[in-house]
Design a protein around this ligand. Structure first.
Ligand SMILES: Nc1nc2c(ncn2[C@@H]2O[C@H](COP(=O)(O)OP(=O)(O)O)[C@@H](O)[C@H]2O)c(=O)[nH]1
Ligand SMILES: [Mg+2]
Length: 325
């Protein structure tokens, strides 16, 4: 297995070649620029000290919390590193920084990504609150699969909001894929039923389903997601193969709360963190991985259909600590 395959897996959404993997790493680095320059820049500066003091631990914890790593996860990380420092009698702050990096990678990689890439169609359900970036992510995923030679079908399951269907249709025509829709006010179950039928008879490789995103506090959203899932399963018993929860990185700890609610109710398999380019608090990735025990799979790095990077823990952590801007 090549290094690339080990880093990114062999899924049908894996980078096509070395060049694409490289460009995704660059995208991830650009998208984390704000986070790197603010909180993680200060963390890097902490390790420029000559000694390891109690203040260093306190400052580290405070900066992690400010970067949206979350109170519990920050404390967990600091305690893990502290233990290792004591056990190994480490004296050099620079060595502590390397231990912190290793622990951060571990938090992100503990969650296994299990994606069934064999089934046809491979059904992906995309969930999350309004404005999180679901429809945009779907366009990005459609583009990704489409450029890999996969036959893609989209389902306009957000029939609740005005213009939601049109938005997906506009994206679909830009990407060059088909979309099944019934317009605003239609029963999402009927849209999804049609889409599953079509995807099966047309032998599509991937079916991606958009959903409405009313707030997680409303129980009926979760009921609706369960209903959609059951409709899909009637035709394809092991589907949906992925349930991707979309979280807007700029919503901070509120986003983590949303993630918890969805993960509990919607059988989420992985998370996409969008708008990483718009926040200095990219530490949210750690809070999500640790708090909801799901892998981060994608990072949104802008508004265009090419602005998507597959999440790689080592590349991400490296980007936070990188020296150059
Ligand atoms: N900067 C930036 N904007 C994004 C990203 N993903 C989505 N957006 C924007 O967020 C807004 C809401 O996205 P949309 O896909 O409609 O959210 P939905 O309501 O969950 O379907 C739109 O203006 C998108 O262009 C991203 O990764 N970066
Ligand atoms: Mg939408």
């Amino acid at each position: 297995m090549s290094l690339l395959q080990r880093l990114f897996g062999q899924g049908r959404d894996a980078p096509r070649d070395e060049q694409e993997a490289q460009s995704e790493a660059t995208q991830l680095k650009d998208a984390t620029a704000r986070t790197r320059k603010s909180f993680f820049g200060q963390i890097t500066a902490l390790f420029g000290a000559s000694q390891i003091t109690d203040d260093l631990w306190d400052d580290l914890e405070a900066l992690l919390v400010q970067a949206d790593v979350g109170v519990e996860t920050s404390l967990y990380l600091v305690n893990r590193v502290k233990d290792r420092v004591r056990r190994n009698n480490v004296k050099e702050p620079a060595e502590v920084r390397d231990m912190l990096r290793a622990e951060m990678v571990r938090v992100l990689t503990e969650q296994q990504i299990l994606v069934n890439t064999q089934s046809k169609p491979h059904v992906v359900l995309v969930v999350g609150v309004n404005g999180a970036g679901k429809t945009t992510l779907i366009a990005k995923l459609a583009h990704r699969y489409h450029t890999r030679g996969q036959k893609v079908l989209l389902a306009a399951g957000d029939t609740f909001r005005a213009a939601a269907t049109e938005q997906l249709e506009t994206w679909a025509s830009r990407v060059g894929v088909r979309v099944i829709s019934r317009g605003q006010g239609a029963d999402p179950g009927a849209v999804v039923y049609d889409a599953v039928e079509q995807a099966t008879t047309e032998e599509c490789d991937v079916l991606i389903v958009d959903t409405a995103g009313r707030l997680h506090a409303k129980i009926n959203l979760m009921q609706e997601l369960t209903k959609l899932r059951n409709i899909i399963r009637r035709k394809i018993p092991d589907a949906p193969h992925e349930v991707i929860l979309v979280i807007d990185a700029t919503t901070g700890q509120n986003g983590v709360l949303q993630a918890k609610a969805f993960a509990a109710a919607a059988d989420v398999t992985a998370v996409a963190i969008t708008k990483m380019d718009g926040t200095a608090k990219g530490g949210i990735a750690f809070a999500i991985a640790q708090d909801i025990q799901r892998p981060v799979r994608y990072v949104g790095t802008g508004e265009k259909m090419t602005d998507l990077a597959m999440f790689d823990a080592t590349t991400f952590v490296d980007s936070l600590f990188a020296r150059e801007a």
